[in-house]
Write a new protein. Structure first.
Lengths: 143, 149
C-alpha cells in the first residue's frame, strides 16, 4: 500500500473517531445541556464523518486500487495526491475550528476562515476527481 | 473494470464535483450571509448529490466490479438489472436535485409530482441492484480460470 494511501486511510480513521465523538457529544448535549458550543457542532460532526471519514477513505483506496495511470506513473503524479491530501485536511480542520465557534461568536476572521475552508475542500475534491478520471476505464482500453 | 462500473464511477465523480461546489457555496454562506445567503436553497440538492450521486453510486459501481463472478467465464449475471439501476439512479438523483433547487423558488403541484417520480426512480434503482447483486454475495462462486501459461 503506497504511503499516500496509508496517510489518507489513517487520517480517515482519526476523523471517524472524532466525528463520532462530536456527534455523541451533540446527542448528550440535547438530553443534558453541557455547553452552548455543543449545540452548534452537528453540521461539523456530519461533515467530519461524510468527508473526513467516508470520502477520505474512498480517496485513499481509489488512489491505490483503481487501474494504473501508466507504467511509469501507476498512480499519476504523486504530488497531486499529496496536494489533494493537504487541501482536503487543511480545509476540514479549518471548518472544524471555525464553524461551531462562528455559530456563537461570528468574527470577521472566523468568517474568512469558513470561506477559505470551503474553497480548500472544493479544490481538493475537484483535484481528486481530475486525478482518478483517467484511471476509470474499461479493461483493455489502455491510455 | 467493466464498462458499466466506468459509467457508475465517472457519474459519481461528476456528482462529487457538483455536490462539493454546492457544499462550498453553502459553507461560504455562513461566512458571507449577506452576499451568499441564497446558497442555502441548494442544501437539499447538495445532500442528494453527495449521498445518492456520489457515495451510493460509487459504492454500486465498485460492487459491480469487485463482487465475485457467477461462473468461470466471468459472467456477472442479471446485467439488465444493473443497467436499469444505473439509469434509474441517475434519472432519480439528477431529477431530485434539479427539482429540489427549483422548488425553492417555485411552488407547483407538478414539481411535487415529479419529485415523487424521482424518489421512486431511486428506490427502483436500489431494488434492481439488490436483485442483480444478491446471487453474487456468496462464499466462492467461480473456479479459477485456467492459466495462460
Amino acid at each position: 500500500m503506497p504511503t499516500v494511501t496509508r496517510t489518507f486511510i489513517k487520517t480517515a480513521l482519526v476523523y471517524a473517531f472524532s466525528g463520532t465523538l462530536l456527534s455523541a457529544l451533540w446527542l448528550i448535549n440535547l438530553a443534558r445541556p453541557l455547553h452552548p458550543l455543543l449545540a452548534a457542532v452537528q453540521p461539523t460532526a456530519i461533515h467530519l464523518i461524510v468527508i473526513g471519514w467516508l470520502t477520505q477513505l474512498i480517496v485513499g483506496v481509489a488512489l491505490w486500487m483503481f487501474p494504473v495511470w501508466s507504467k511509469e506513473q501507476p498512480r499519476g503524479p504523486e504530488w497531486l495526491s499529496w496536494a489533494c491530501y493537504g487541501t482536503l485536511n487543511t480545509g476540514l480542520l479549518l471548518r472544524a475550528l471555525a464553524e461551531p465557534i462562528s455559530a456563537l461568536w461570528a468574527t470577521p476572521l472566523l468568517r474568512w476562515l469558513l470561506i477559505g475552508s470551503a474553497g480548500l475542500q472544493v479544490a481538493a475534491l475537484w483535484l481528486f476527481a481530475a486525478l482518478v478520471w483517467p484511471r476509470v476505464r474499461a479493461k483493455g482500453s489502455g491510455r | 473494470m467493466p464498462r458499466l462500473s466506468c459509467y457508475f464511477i465517472r457519474a459519481a465523480l461528476i456528482y462529487l464535483a457538483l455536490g462539493a461546489l454546492l457544499g462550498g457555496l453553502i459553507l461560504s454562506a455562513k461566512g458571507a450571509p449577506s452576499t451568499l445567503g441564497w446558497a442555502w436553497q441548494f442544501l437539499p440538492a447538495h445532500i442528494q448529490l453527495v449521498i445518492g450521486g456520489w457515495l451510493i453510486q460509487l459504492s454500486l459501481g465498485v460492487a459491480y466490479w469487485i463482487l465475485p463472478r457467477r461462473d468461470g467465464t466471468g459472467d456477472r449475471g442479471r446485467p439488465a438489472a444493473a443497467w436499469l439501476c444505473f439509469a434509474a439512479l441517475n434519472v432519480g438523483v439528477a431529477g431530485a436535485a434539479i427539482l429540489l433547487a427549483l422548488r425553492a423558488v417555485l411552488q407547483a403541484a407538478w414539481l411535487d409530482a415529479l419529485l415523487g417520480l424521482a424518489a421512486l426512480g431511486q428506490v427502483l434503482a436500489l431494488a434492481a441492484f439488490a436483485w442483480h447483486a444478491w446471487p453474487r454475495v456468496a462464499p466462492v462462486l467461480t473456479q479459477a480460470r485456467p492459466s495462460a501459461h
